[in-house]
Design a protein around this ligand. Structure first.
Ligand SMILES: Nc1nc2c(ncn2[C@@H]2O[C@H](COP(=O)(O)OP(=O)(O)OP(=O)(O)O)[C@@H](O)[C@H]2O)c(=O)[nH]1
Length: 387
């Protein structure tokens, strides 16, 4: 009896010990490691997302990898005739032409009528010098007119306005490739400068489309490293038309280094044109001169700078003109891009800025659309003012 009792007690003890051990190990398995040290001890890698990615990788097969979705690039609108197509965008500026024409067509012109013409020109930002010049010429020509039919007066005004805008200036963009001293071909390089907010980055994007529409190979340089979003913005513009953007991922990176890399990439890929966007903050003239001067120097080591385009916001009037003057003092500007001409009645700024800086307006921005940048044609501009 005692032996039997001992045997039963021994069996119960064995069952209890085995059950307890199983329970403890089960609990241990279920509790996830929480602290990094615990994870290391338990052999779980700390870079968990990578493990997960490994688990999700499909088994290797001989089947070809699925093709990446085809990137569709846009074909920009043709460049020729853009100003004519966009002429209605100049309707606000058109008030200068139309109101002068209505005064000039009056039977007899009094001093008040001439003052009205003068005021219209000044309000449209034509500037004092060109206004006086135009008034003198119009007075002389209108006085000798026998009969004053509207068509004749319109022709005279058109001729004089075209003269004032100056059709003799070279407005072509210098985008032809060159050959360096080493006999190697190099791309044309276009540096885009101007006060922030004038539409520089947008203009570089639109300009890339203009050049692509002309079948040129383009590389963009995002040297506006002051504003991180500017490089993203530019890259998006480029991607839409299959153009590469050279950029730095570091905010505040040396803009000259980015410009250098962009021109080198353009050289290596045999591109026709490299267009470089800049920040051009007006902290002070010396800083600006230092920054733009350095960018120009490093670009010139690989290819001469073909164009320096100054972007000017047409709606900022005389104030914008003064800021533009600072840039013109710092770099040799070869052309002006007048943006936002669609939103202003001050189209006379075209005349004032050319007079003030002695540089032709080469392109005008006529809206926020991707192809709303047009080569500037004096006759078409004046026709839009008079229509
Ligand atoms: N209506 C109109 N808007 C324009 C035109 N050109 C540019 N803009 C607008 O102007 C704004 C400023 O343009 P950005 O290109 O960012 O200006 P930015 O000079 O590069 O500015 P920062 O990078 O700060 O130096 C944007 O909203 C553009 O869409 C134009 O011709 N017409």
């Amino acid at each position: 009896m005692t032996d039997q009792l001992w045997a039963i007690l021994a069996v119960v003890l064995v069952v209890l010990v085995a059950g307890g051990a199983a329970l403890t190990s089960g609990l241990r398995r279920r509790r996830p490691p929480s602290l990094p040290e615990e994870r290391a001890e338990s052999g779980v890698l700390t870079e968990e997302p990578q493990d997960t990615a490994t688990l999700e990788r499909p088994p290797a097969t001989d089947a070809p990898a699925p093709e990446a979705p085809a990137v569709t690039t846009e074909r920009p609108a043709p460049v020729a005739g853009r100003m004519v197509r966009l002429r209605e965008r100049l309707s606000r500026s058109g008030t200068i032409g139309r109101s002068i024409l209505s005064v000039l067509s009056r039977e007899t012109l009094t001093e008040e009528d001439w003052e009205e013409i003068e005021e219209t020109l000044l309000l449209a930002d034509v500037g004092i010098g060109p206004t006086t010049e135009l008034m003198d010429r119009l007075r002389t020509r209108v006085q000798v007119l026998g009969s004053k039919d509207t068509a004749t007066v319109r022709d005279i005004l058109r001729e004089e306005l075209v003269q004032l805008v100056d059709p003799t200036m070279d407005r072509s963009l210098h985008t032809a490739k060159g050959v360096g001293d080493d006999g190697e071909p190099h791309p044309a390089t276009v540096l885009v400068v101007g006060v922030n907010g004038t539409g520089k980055t947008t203009t570089v994007g639109k300009l890339a489309r203009v050049l692509v529409a002309e079948d040129l190979d383009v590389v963009l340089g995002a040297a506006d490293t002051f504003r991180a979003a500017a490089a993203d913005q530019l890259q998006t513009w480029g991607e839409r038309v299959g153009v590469r953007t050279v950029r730095s991922d570091r905010e505040g990176a040396d803009p000259a280094a980015v410009a250098f890399d962009a021109v080198r990439a353009g050289r290596e890929s045999g591109a026709d044109v490299v267009v470089v966007d800049t920040a051009g903050r007006l902290q002070n003239k010396a800083d600006l001169m230092g920054e733009l001067g350095k960018i120009k120097r490093v670009i010139s080591r690989q290819a001469p700078v073909s164009e320096v385009l100054l972007v000017l916001d047409a709606t900022t009037g005389q104030n914008g003109l003064r800021q533009a003057q600072v840039f013109a003092d710092v770099v040799d500007v070869t052309g002006i891009v007048l943006t936002k001409l669609d939103g202003t009645a001050k189209g006379g700024i075209v005349i004032a800025v050319q007079r003030e800086l002695g540089v032709p307006v080469k392109l005008v921005g006529l809206g926020e659309g991707a192809d709303d940048l047009a080569p500037f044609v004096p006759e078409e501009f004046v026709d839009a003012l008079l229509s």
